[in-house]
Design a protein around this ligand. Structure first.
Ligand code: ADP
Length: 207
């Protein structure tokens, strides 16, 4: 966020004289309180200044980066979950390819007959299998999927930023959102993808 010259002047005044009332800031700038109102609103909303009733404005001493980091930490995975596309183990590679096309996703999540999350199969996994000359009609997806203990996932209460970091670190496009079962296994509750996070990023910009 780029601050105007007047907003920077306000910050300097509050830094040296705070806590200080809006009235007194206005006096120092030879302006009216009403003229300053939008600037003070921007500075408090962005977290640079804080206002205490009957005390006045004071400088929070938070860098803009810290403010952004704190803001981003509030976004929780469960609020940005999308629908996961799940197939059962034993399904053929051919059927997995059909599902990828029909559902228009990049990754399929695979479960066993108990509903436990057991694998992930991406577009490239399917392409590789087809190119390697596997009999895609008879070979089950289990043969080519990435499996436990190599699966990455997040839980509903994780931060969106944690999911983003994990996707970058593992070089993957999406993550399943899981819930731990009493049996020690996990079940899939949703999905979070790079697209979802990009949309969130764009929506913040619009706000
Ligand atoms: P693509 O292969 O279409 O580029 P990804 O980049 O998402 O898709 O996947 C790259 C590799 O990582 C694939 O081999 C896939 O099986 C694996 N993979 C994808 N998601 C996960 C995950 N959540 N946990 C572990 N491995 C994954």
């Amino acid at each position: 966020m780029e601050l105007s010259k007047r907003q920077q002047q306000i910050i300097e005044i509050v830094k040296s004289k705070g806590p200080i009332t809006g009235e007194n800031i206005a006096e120092k700038l030879n302006l009216t309180r009403a003229t300053l109102r939008p600037d003070l609103a921007i500075l408090t909303m962005s977290g640079i200044l804080e206002a205490r009733p009957r005390v006045g404005y004071y400088y929070t001493n938070k860098s803009q980066n810290k403010i952004i980091t704190e803001e981003l930490s509030k976004y929780i995975v469960k609020d940005y979950a999308s629908h996961p596309i799940i197939i059962k183990n034993g399904v053929s590679i051919y059927d997995a390819i059909c599902t990828i096309f029909m559902e228009d996703v990049s990754t399929l999540f695979i479960i066993n007959n108990k509903g436990d999350f057991v694998g992930v199969c991406s577009r490239k996994d399917l392409l590789r299998a087809s190119m390697m000359g596997e009999d895609i009609h008879t070979t089950p997806v289990d043969i080519i999927m990435t499996r436990m203990p190599n699966l990455s996932y997040v839980t509903t209460q994780d931060k969106v930023i944690t999911a983003a970091q994990l996707m970058i670190e593992k070089e993957i496009d999406s993550l399943p959102i899981v819930q731990h079962k009493q049996t020690g296994t996990v079940e899939i509750k949703g999905r979070i993808s790079k697209t979802t996070i990009t949309k969130l990023f764009v929506s913040l910009f619009k706000e």
